[in-house]
Structure formats: structure tokens, C-alpha cells
Design a protein around this ligand. Structure first.
Ligand SMILES: Cc1cc2nc3c(=O)[nH]c(=O)nc-3n(C[C@H](O)[C@H](O)[C@H](O)COP(=O)(O)OP(=O)(O)OC[C@H]3O[C@@H](n4cnc5c(N)ncnc54)[C@H](O)[C@@H]3O)c2cc1C
Length: 437
């Protein structure tokens, strides 16, 4: 088969890129994926009337790239309910943090830590290294108590990561940018708020109707026969200016897009690029869905609760799935989604099911002060894990980009941001580049 563009990988990154290519008038495209179902890690589990999202559960919208990408797919998106309500289990109790930044009034950190945090706008220290960790960055800005806690929550909430081993600039570029712009996160945030066009809506959590996998399914429908499920690719080589993509199907293409994680991309290419891709780091995580009649599993309104640095749990957070997305549980029932393991508990991925479920259930009981007796339990292991943008990530990425030949693109959550919005931004950029080539 000969095509203009071959996309390897049918996760959200692959479908977003192919759909944006079609939007830009490039119809001669195929998406090749080894799975039989579209969506990659973001494949909704629909069982016993529950909808469990093993990966992305909510999308922040509107966003300049994600909003049009979803519109082009024809995805139906609805606002999440009360998702600004957030909680933190710290210092032995559940604390309300949202919708406004109530951390200053909560029990999450001590009073001395709060007073030190108030000095943030006046802190003029420079980072000890040009690629400091998330932990070092937040401690430098807000002090040890508040900064250490914020770093922990941000690293756990987004990366299931260790804040001492994530790069502030790579993992949370928005915070570094605020400091660069105004010398302070607080002042930078206020400056940006003043500059916002009146009437510009703030991004809020939304959920796709039919589950996150509906996004990939809409992509598959849009692509029709251009989507080739059940095709495992083994190598990608350039010969005489054309890309030869070989595996259980063979394709020749002018452009190739590898929308697979870096460790998978490494198996398809050779030499220095393969070596560099193999250096990508990730942390395994386990998702446990717990469902029950709402009287047995009473969930608070809101998005969910993260666990603080002193919680001592393998659970990094409990998401109140049926509170912010009521259709995810049958009527009269609740669904909680627990994310466990991550960079600080790498061994959990090898625990047996019963040990994980018993531990997580006991932790949910402690965090929410309830006695859940779930009638629905479902566990998903992300063994290859969540990408970790450690210090050096940006230099690694720049090195990889320098090794890419013309008409060869790498995308997905392993590179320029782990969220669905980042993947959409990549899709728009790559589609524009290819359409213009
Ligand atoms: C627990 C968890 C919670 C998350 N929560 C959120 C959230 O709330 N909001 C948010 O925005 N994001 C969230 N994310 C991130 C989001 O899910 C990812 O950004 C997104 O799903 C990544 O998509 P992808 O296409 O890059 O990768 P993948 O989904 O990994 O897709 C890669 C695809 O490539 C295929 N493939 C690999 N190698 C080959 C090969 N050799 N041949 C053929 N096919 C191949 C695989 O089968 C797979 O289908 C979360 C992720 C996790 C794990």
C-alpha cells in the first residue's frame, strides 16, 4: 500500500493527528494500530452499567487546540459537575481545597508554612540549576511546608510522579513561565488574569459522552478504511526518500508519524535515535474502580481527593467519578476511581489483585471516613506506565528532534506534555507541517 502519510499508533495522539490531517486536506492517510480497539491507554471499560476510565477521565476546555480538534472529530462533550471542588487528605483528615484556592485556610499545612507562602511575591531567589525539580521549584517559591506539599500534589495528580525527580520546566512549564514573566507565580497569575480578554471563558473540566474512548471511536469512524486495527509494525526505514513501514502489513509513505510511546518507537528505528528513545522514563500505575450503591459508597460532590505527602498510602488519589460524571455509574450507585502506585510505589504493579484491592479499599475507607462494600471492582494495570519528565527531559527531547529525519514525526504523551490537550497541540502542529510540505 502507498499513502502520503502513515500514522503508527491508534491512541488519541494518532487519531487526533490523522483527523487534523484530513481537516487540512490531506486525505491520503492511514492509522496502523496493533490493538483491535481504538484509543490506546484511553479505552473506557464499560461493565455492569459502570464506565471506568483507565486513563484520561476529564478534559480542560475550552483550549485553543483541543477545542477545534474535538469539534473536527464530532465528539460530544458535556461540562463535568462541580469539578472545581477538590480535596486533599493530609495531616489525618480530608480538607476541602476548591473551588477557590482555600489551601491558605485549610489544615493541609501548618500556620508557619502558610505565613512563609504569603511571601512568595517577594522571593527573588534564582534556581540552583537551570533544570530544577518540581520539588525544588515549589519549595524555593513557597517555602518548605507549603511548597513541598504543592509539589507533591502537582507531581502525584498529573504524573503519578516523584516531585524530586520531575523537571519543573518540562512537567509544569506554565509555572516556570509565570516566574519568568513576573518574578513570582502569584504576580504572574494576576498579570495574566488582568490581560485576559473580557468574556474569555476559563478552562473547566469536561467529559466526553460515551467515555474517553468515544473520541478515538469518532476518529475511527471519520477515517473509515484508513484506520487499520490489529496491525503491528516492526520497523520504519527510509529508502530513496520514501518511508517503508513494515510489520503485519507493509506501507510506503511520504511522511511517517510515530504516535507511540518512546520505548515502542525505539523498537521501530535504529542507531542513535533508538538509543535516545530508549532512555525515556515512565512510572507504572494501577487503576482500581470501586462501585456500589450510593448509600454504601457515599461520594462528596466534586472531582476527587489527592493524598498528601504524609498520608502514607499507595493510593495517590480517589476520583469521584459518579459525582462529576454521573453517567459513569448506574442510577443510585457511585463509582470511585483510585490511582495507586506511581513513581513512589513502583512495586505495587507486581502485587496480586487481592492485595491491591484490599489495600486500596482500606485506604478509601480511611480517606473518606466510609465503609465501602463494593459490588463492582475492576483493576487496570498500566505496566509500561505514565511518562516521567525528569530533569534533562527538554535536552533529551531537543536531542531526539535533532536526530529525526525530514518527514518523520514523533508525537504522543511521552514528549511535549502528558495531557490530552498537549497531544492535540502536537496534532495541529504536525498536520500543518505535513500539509505545507
Ligand atoms: C491514570 C491516567 C489518568 C489520566 N488522566 C488524564 C486526564 O484526566 N486528562 C488528560 O488530559 N489526560 C489524562 N491522562 C493522559 C492521557 O490518557 C494520555 O495523554 C493519552 O491517552 C495518550 O495517548 P497516546 O495516543 O499518546 O498514547 P497511547 O494511548 O499509549 O497510544 C499509543 C498506541 O500505539 C500503539 N502501538 C504501540 N506500538 C505499536 C506498534 N509497534 N505497532 C502498532 N501500534 C503500536 C498502541 O497499541 C497504542 O494504541 C491520563 C493517563 C493515565 C494513565
Amino acid at each position: 500500500m502507498k499513502v502520503r502519510v502513515a500514522v503508527v499508533g491508534g491512541g488519541l495522539a494518532g487519531f487526533f493527528t490523522a483527523s487534523e490531517l484530513m481537516e487540512a486536506g490531506v486525505d491520503d492517510v492511514v492509522v496502523l494500530d496493533r490493538n483491535d480497539q481504538p484509543g490506546g491507554v484511553a479505552r473506557t471499560v464499560k461493565l455492569d452499567g459502570y464506565e471506568l476510565e483507565p486513563a484520561a477521565g476529564a478534559l480542560l476546555l475550552p483550549k485553543p487546540d483541543l477545542t477545534p480538534v474535538l469539534e473536527h472529530l464530532g465528539a460530544e462533550i458535556v461540562p463535568a459537575v462541580d469539578a472545581a471542588m477538590r480535596y486533599v487528605y493530609a495531616r489525618g483528615r480530608l480538607n476541602v481545597l476548591g473551588p477557590s484556592p482555600k489551601v491558605m485556610f485549610s489544615h493541609v499545612v501548618s500556620w508557619p508554612a502558610k505565613f512563609r507562602a504569603l511571601a512568595e511575591p517577594f522571593i527573588r531567589t534564582k534556581p540552583a540549576s537551570s533544570d530544577e525539580s518540581v520539588d525544588a521549584f515549589f519549595r524555593r517559591r513557597f517555602g518548605k511546608g507549603m511548597g513541598g506539599t504543592l509539589a507533591w500534589l502537582a507531581a502525584n495528580g498529573v504524573f503519578a510522579g516523584d516531585p524530586t525527580r520531575l523537571s519543573a520546566r518540562a512537567a509544569f512549564p506554565v509555572f516556570s513561565a509565570l516566574e519568568d514573566e513576573a518574578g513570582s507565580l502569584v504576580l504572574g497569575g494576576m498579570r495574566r488574569a488582568r490581560k485576559r480578554e473580557p468574556g474569555t471563558p476559563r478552562a473547566k473540566s469536561h467529559v466526553p459522552v460515551g467515555g474517553i474512548s468515544a473520541l478515538a471511536e469518532r476518529g475511527a469512524e471519520r477515517l473509515g478504511e484508513r484506520y487499520r486495527p490489529g496491525v503491528t509494525i516492526e520497523s520504519v526505514r527510509r529508502t530513496n526518500g520514501t518511508w517503508t513501514i513494515e510489520g503485519s502489513e507493509s506501507v510506503e509513505a511520504e511522511h511517517v508519524v510515530l504516535a507511540v510511546r518512546p520505548s515502542d518507537a525505539a523498537t521501530l528505528v535504529n542507531g542513535e535515535l533508538a538509543e535516545a528513545l530508549n532512555r525515556a522514563i515512565s512510572a507504572p500505575a494501577v487503576i482500581v474502580g470501586l462501585g456500589a450503591e450510593s448509600k454504601r459508597l457515599p461520594l462528596l460532590p466534586g472531582f476527587g481527593a489527592l493524598t498528601g505527602p504524609d498520608a502514607g498510602t499507595i493510593s495517590l488519589g480517589v476520583l469521584f467519578e459518579s459525582s462529576y460524571a454521573p453517567h459513569r455509574a448506574p442510577a443510585g450507585h457511585s463509582l470511585a476511581k483510585v490511582i495507586a502506585g506511581g513513581a513512589n510505589h513502583r512495586d505495587v504493579i507486581d502485587w496480586d489483585d487481592d492485595r491491591i484491592i484490599d489495600t486500596v479499599q482500606a485506604e478509601v475507607a480511611k480517606i473518606l471516613s466510609i465503609d465501602p462494600d463494593p459490588s463492582f471492582v475492576h483493576l487496570v494495570r498500566h505496566r509500561t506506565g505514565i511518562p516521567q519528565y525528569e530533569p534533562g527531559h527538554r535536552a533529551w527531547l531537543a536531542g531526539i528532534e535533532g536526530l529525526c529525519e525530514p518527514r518523520f514525526h514523533l508525537t504522543g504523551w511521552g514528549y511535549r506534555g502528558v495531557g490530552v490537550g498537549h497531544v492535540a497541540t502536537d496534532a495541529v502542529r504536525i498536520a500543518k507541517d505535513i500539509a505545507a510540505a
